[in-house]
Design a protein around this ligand. Sequence first.
Ligand code: MN
Ligand code: MN
Length: 459
Amino acid sequence: MEHQNAWLSYEKDDQEKLQVLCEKYKQYLDWGKTERECVRYTIRLAKEAGYRDIKEVIRNGEILEPGDRVYVVNMEKAVALFQIGRRGLEEGMNILGAHIDSPRIDVKQNPLYELDSFAYLDTHYYGGIKKYQWVTTPLAIHGTVVKKDGTAVKVCIGEQEEDPVFVITDILVHLSAMQMEKKASEVIEGEKLDLLIGNCPIPEEKEDAVKKNVLRLLEEAYGIEEADFYSAELEIVPAGKARDCGFDRSMILGYGQDDRICAFTSLEAMLAMQETDKTLCCLLVDKEEIGSVGATGMASRFFENAVAELVALTEGESELKVRRTLQNSRMLSSDVSAAYDPMFAEVFEKRSAAFFGRGMSFNKFTGSRGKNGSNDANAEFIADIRRIMDEAKTAYQFAELGRVDVGGGGTIAYLTANYGMEVIDSGVAVLNMHAPYEVSSKADIYEAVKGYRAFLKNA
Ligand code: MN
Ligand code: MN
């Protein structure tokens, strides 16, 4: 079998479209560094493409017609877009799914303290991270503080040129003899991932003068007091924008590409769709990195409820029709895949690794230790996917996450598979997944959009 390098197939026109697309992608990363920001930005793009909030349709007592476009938001952290098809919903939808939460460091609920004239925010990391990667790098704080009266204060510090940034310190190499003997998992311990946020005391204060100064500044800038941290969701993420990577600008280096690279490419395909026979859906969910739990994760009933609303607004309320719609649907459940890294060749099995520049990556199964916890896509469905991708002249590859028994991972595919629908894991491969800055291939982004478009149109 020959594996084609997508770059070699591009005409000048492709090269230009690819660069334009990747500029949009970098903006999507910059504007959506948290799940809430990502939902807000997604809705902005959806509205520009003619999507309306389903609540508005319900409130007006309207019904939905073929070609209509609506979105359903879940607690500002997950969103589903639908484009109504000409055929009945019962015949199933073509669904693109991805997640929009990323590994990061969250601020605790009693976070603020002073130690030896330094003020810190205490943290608890979110998702699987190598803790030692998050020290000595500029960090920003993004999030929401909700005050007792219900007003929400949006926070975003560290992204503008003139903003201050924050940092988690590491010990200097000169005094690291003991640290260097430790295992990588213990080099930086979880409780030492606290964020350095101040060093200047209020002159007249005897105790906690630096902490009090920080509180004074927070009061001035945001009108918040210490107890407001109880009802805050503050996320610490790498500061700064996504960048082109390499002399040839063939790659992108940026935070949160797991899984906004799949969210963006799915959304991009969705927003450009003309009217189709089948109803289309783009589903972006939260909490994948900690097991898809909670009201905003894929394990919640949110999606099912959204489909029930859709059925009611098109053909009239029917529980059976909801079940048929879900069961007859087909889905590309997208998440990043591990790209082959020659520097760490030992953890890959080269025949089943995803390579940069070979396009979208499909995983028949994921899981670990004997495919445990995995969805396992049906051969019949995969055959049809191959037909669709080949007809669209899209580059794609079949891969697996690393060597057998080296590790593994899960996605949201097994959850939607519970409805009895055909679903396969797919997505874009990245280097150093879950690190503060991940690397992706522009060619793979370009091919993914082509692939998603073909799936929406022809599945
Ligand atoms: Mn992940
Ligand atoms: Mn992921």
